[in-house]
Design a protein around this ligand. Structure first.
Ligand code: ADP
Ligand code: ADP
Length: 230
């Protein structure tokens, strides 16, 4: 795991929207930080700047002791896993092929890829022999999210970015996935930044919670216990 340091980052979109005006935030190695705040306050924008899907207008983002702008994009993909709402699985590819996307990009040998994919499916609670050959539309919502998590872990990233990973499933499945996810995190110990608008989820999952308001303004940053006690 690696620490993440956001140093005075700003994002103004080409249409003039000031999505993030000025944000500084440190995430320790192996820590799970939840970003919470109202819709449109810049949470997804922050995540997408960390993995360089978009570039900040100003400021610096450090991954460990490296500036992310200095990291080669393929290496960055390998170091940062990304999970989004509704997963974005490729519909015409099987579960196995979906999970193997990043190893494919990295040109891993076939045998190594297959072993890794099956290990990951087991890890997220999907029996590879039962689910490996299915297509995304043959899975429940909860199962699709698990495949998304497996895919994000495929290259053994040092960081996981998760954007509303459990929002698209019903409350009972969500609660189950959250529990499993905490067990998984205890095992793999990634540095995680997770975006949600659900306070219960933030309190349940976060080592620390960053409360944002419009323009990505950091209102509070503390442990769930301290925030709830405050
Ligand atoms: P959140 O994830 O907190 O809901 P976002 O980061 O998605 O917020 O969006 C922050 C602000 O930036 C919103 O006002 C949104 O409309 C705007 N925004 C997001 N993406 C774009 C874009 N590609 N172009 C212009 N404005 C955008
Ligand atoms: P969950 O509680 O995980 O959301 P569901 O109630 O949606 O599960 O699905 C229950 C079972 O039915 C799952 O094992 C899933 O694999 C299977 N299933 C759901 N949709 C389909 C489908 N379109 N084709 C085949 N099997 C499906």
């Amino acid at each position: 795991a690696a620490s993440i340091s956001l140093q005075g980052i700003q994002k103004r979109y080409p249409n003039g929207t000031e999505a993030v005006r000025e944000l500084s935030l440190d995430v320790r190695a192996g820590e799970l930080v939840v970003l919470i705040g109202p819709s449109g306050c810049g949470k997804s924008t922050v995540l997408r700047m960390i993995n360089r899907l978009i570039e900040p207008t100003a400021g610096r983002i450090m991954l460990g002791d490296e500036d992310v702008t200095d990291v080669d994009p393929v290496r960055l993909r390998r170091r940062i896993g990304y999970v989004i709402q509704n997963v974005g699985l490729f519909p015409h590819q099987t579960v196995r092929a979906n999970v193997a996307t990043v190893p494919g990009l990295l040109r891993w040998p076939k045998g190594r890829t297959k072993a890794r994919v099956d290990e990951l499916l087991d890890l997220v609670g999907l029996d590879p022999s039962q689910f490996g050959g299915r297509y995304p539309n043959e899975l429940s919502g909860g199962q699709r999210q698990r495949v998304g998590v497996a895919r994000a872990l495929a290259a053994d990233p040092v960081v996981l970015l998760m954007d509303e990973p459990f929002s698209a499933v019903d409350p009972i499945v969500r609660s189950h996935l959250q529990e499993e996810f905490l067990r998984l995190q205890a095992e793999v110990r990634k540095t995680i930044v997770l975006v949600t608008h659900d306070l219960d989820e933030a309190v349940r999952l976060g080592d620390r919670i960053a409360v944002l308001s419009a323009g990505g303004h950091l209102e509070q940053y503390d442990t769930p216990a301290a925030l709830l006690g405050a």
